[in-house]
Ligand binder design. Structure first.
Ligand SMILES: NC(=O)c1ccc[n+]([C@@H]2O[C@H](COP(=O)([O-])OP(=O)(O)OC[C@H]3O[C@@H](n4cnc5c(N)ncnc54)[C@H](OP(=O)(O)O)[C@@H]3O)[C@@H](O)[C@H]2O)c1
Length: 276
C-alpha cells in the first residue's frame, strides 16, 4: 500500500497530499471507485452535492473498512444553496447523503459573483466549523478579489482554494496569493482531463527519463508546486499509478518544460461561470 503524506493547513489540521476526484461517477461507480481507492491507500476523497454521488461516495467509505477518522472527506455547497440558512440546510443534506457525522472539508463550489451571496454563504461555513460539523472550511474557484472580500468582511480566510490547475493553466499569480495568505491550493482537473497534456511530447519525454508514466509526471509537477491534486480515476491501475508519486523528482528545467505551452482553461471562468 502507498502512504500519502499530509500537508499542513493554516487552521492546524492537515490534508493528504493527493486525493481521489469522483466527478462524473454515479452512485454505484463512485462506491466502487472510492472503496477501491481507499484500499490502495488514498485518504482524501472529493465529492460535491452537484456530482449527485455523495450517497455512493459515503457507501464506498463505509465499504472500504478504513476507519472514518482516517479518511478526509470533502464536499461542496452548490450555487442554488448560497445564503446563510440555505447553506446550513444544504450541509445537512450532504452530511446525511454521505452518512457521516462530520465533513473534513466543506467548500463553496463556485463564487457566483452576480448572485452576490458568497459572503453570507461563508458566514454559514464559519458557523458549521464552530459547531464541529465541519473540520476545515474552504472555497473553490475563487479569484484573488473574492478571497480579499471574504477576509475583509469576515476576517476568516479559507484553508483551501480548489481551482482548475494543470500544465496548461499553471496559476502562478493565484498560487502566490494563496501562499501569502496561508491557503493551500487544491488542483481540479489536474491531468487536464487526460487531454493534450498526457500525450504532449514534453511530458512523454520527461516520463521516459524517469521511468514513470505521463500521469505520474504531471501529478508530481503539482505536488512539487505545493498543490494537492485530486485526479479522478475509476480504474484501479491508474488509481494506483496516480498515488505513487515518490521515488523521483523533477528538475526545475523539467518542471518548466512540461508547462511551457499556451495557457487555457477547460472549465468555467470564475468571474462569470454560473452553476446552480
Ligand atoms: N471544484 C470544481 O469546480 C471542480 C471542477 C471539476 C472537477 N473537480 C474535481 O476534480 C476532480 C478531477 O478533475 P477531472 O475529473 O475533471 O479531471 P482529471 O482528474 O484531470 O482527469 C480525469 C480523466 O483522466 C483519466 N485518467 C486518470 N488518471 C489517468 C492516468 N494516470 N493516465 C491517463 N488517464 C488518466 C480518467 O479516466 P479513468 O477514470 O478511465 O482513469 C478521466 O477520464 C473531479 O473528479 C472532481 O472531483 C472540481
Amino acid at each position: 500500500m502507498t502512504e500519502t503524506p499530509a500537508r499542513p493547513l493554516d487552521d492546524g489540521r492537515a490534508i493528504p497530499a493527493v486525493g481521489l476526484g469522483t466527478w462524473p461517477l454515479d452512485d454505484d461507480a463512485a462506491e466502487k471507485a472510492v472503496a477501491g481507492a481507499l484500499g490502495l491507500g488514498y485518504r482524501l476523497v472529493d465529492t460535491a452535492m452537484n456530482y449527485r454521488n455523495e450517497t455512493g461516495t459515503g457507501r464506498g467509505i463505509a465499504r472500504s473498512g478504513v476507519p472514518r477518522e482516517d479518511v478526509f472527506v470533502t464536499t461542496k455547497v452548490p450555487g442554488r444553496h448560497h445564503g446563510y440558512e440555505e447553506t446550513l440546510a444544504s450541509f445537512e443534506e450532504s452530511r446525511r447523503a454521505l452518512g457521516v457525522e462530520y465533513v473534513d472539508l466543506y467548500l463553496i463550489h463556485w463564487p457566483l459573483p452576480r448572485v452576490d451571496k458568497y459572503v453570507d454563504t461563508w458566514r454559514a461555513m464559519i458557523k458549521l466549523r464552530e459547531d464541529g460539523l465541519v473540520r476545515s472550511i474552504g472555497v473553490s474557484n475563487f479569484t484573488a478579489a473574492h478571497l480579499d472580500r471574504l477576509e475583509r468582511e469576515t476576517g476568516v480566510l479559507p484553508a483551501v482554494n480548489q481551482i482548475e490547475m494543470h500544465p496548461l493553466l499553471v496559476q502562478d499569480e493565484l498560487r502566490a496569493v494563496h501562499t501569502a495568505k496561508g491557503i493551500v491550493t487544491e488542483s481540479w482537473s489536474p491531468l487536464a482531463r487526460g487531454r493534450d497534456v498526457l500525450d504532449a511530447p514534453e511530458t512523454v519525454a520527461v516520463a521516459a527519463a524517469h521511468g514513470v508514466t505521463p500521469g505520474q509526471v504531471v501529478l508530481r509537477w503539482h505536488t512539487q508546486l505545493g498543490a494537492v491534486p485530486i485526479p479522478k480515476s475509476a480504474d484501479p491501475g491508474r488509481q494506483r499509478e496516480n498515488l505513487d508519486l515518490s521515488g523521483f523528482e523533477l528538475t526545475p528545467r523539467e518542471m518548466a518544460r512540461i508547462a511551457a505551452g499556451p495557457q487555457r482553461r477547460f472549465g468555467g471562468d470564475p468571474d462569470v461561470h454560473e452553476e446552480f
